[in-house]
Design a binder for this molecule. Structure first.
Ligand code: HEM
Length: 191
């Protein structure tokens, strides 16, 4: 091959290389949608307001705050009392250990269900069917109906609102969290 032909071929290959690189960098990568956990704060570590010497993931902090607000709202609803005989008896006797355990387990459950990957927040409680079956879980005082379930989810919606997430300012997030809760309905409603 002549020198000039070689030079032209080399230049052409170089150009081809550049244009391929350019094309690669402009190809749109498919975006994985952010998990619900990311949308409520994700894995960024922040100081835990309940215990300032420890750190907590921002997503977990949001979910714990919603769980704790919701438990208070549920506890104030007379329609819910028959489901929580053990918890309320403990609280009446000044013992909050069961409440702390429920808050932790419910928060762990929500973390895992929304897509948290931190192994420290793994859910170690009962599965939803057994947790809500009085024959298998003595802390569950009665079987829940569909109406009880809807009311309970309504209380969690109120718990979300107490923490600044409402259908007015973040309808999509509320809808997605409520839809997630509804995935448990067939296991929890047992009459
Ligand atoms: C909306 C979806 C719901 C979710 C995601 C949920 C989740 C949970 C979780 C994670 C626990 C802890 C289980 C354990 O510690 O092993 C629990 C316990 C319990 N849940 Fe639910 N639950 C839901 C709805 C309901 C409903 C509708 C009722 C009653 C109407 C109910 C009543 C209870 C009771 C009584 C306990 C035991 C509380 C205690 O520790 O004393 N839950 N639930």
């Amino acid at each position: 091959m002549k020198k000039t032909t070689l030079a032209i071929t080399a230049a052409f290959l170089m150009l081809l290389g550049i244009s391929c690189q350019k094309e690669e960098s402009t190809i749109e990568q498919p975006q994985t949608p952010a998990s619900l956990y990311t949308r409520v704060g994700g894995s960024t570590m922040v100081a835990d307001p309940n215990n300032p010497s420890t750190m907590i993931e921002s997503g977990r902090l949001t979910l714990r705050a919603v769980v704790d607000s919701s438990i208070l709202i549920i506890a104030a609803d007379p329609q819910m009392a028959k489901f929580f005989p053990v918890l309320f008896a403990e609280l009446g006797a000044g013992n909050s250990n069961g409440l702390a355990a429920l808050s932790k387990n419910f928060t762990d459950f929500m973390c895992v269900a929304t897509g948290c990957k931190n192994a420290n927040y793994a859910y170690m409680g009962l599965n939803m069917k057994d947790a809500h079956n009085p024959a298998k879980h003595n802390r569950m005082g009665a079987k829940a109906t569909a109406a009880d379930f809807d009311k309970f989810v309504g209380h969690i919606g109120a718990g979300l609102a107490k923490n600044g997430v409402t259908s007015v300012n973040n309808k999509q997030l509320v809808d997605d969290l409520v839809a997630l809760l509804y995935t448990t309905k067939t296991d929890i409603v047992q009459q």
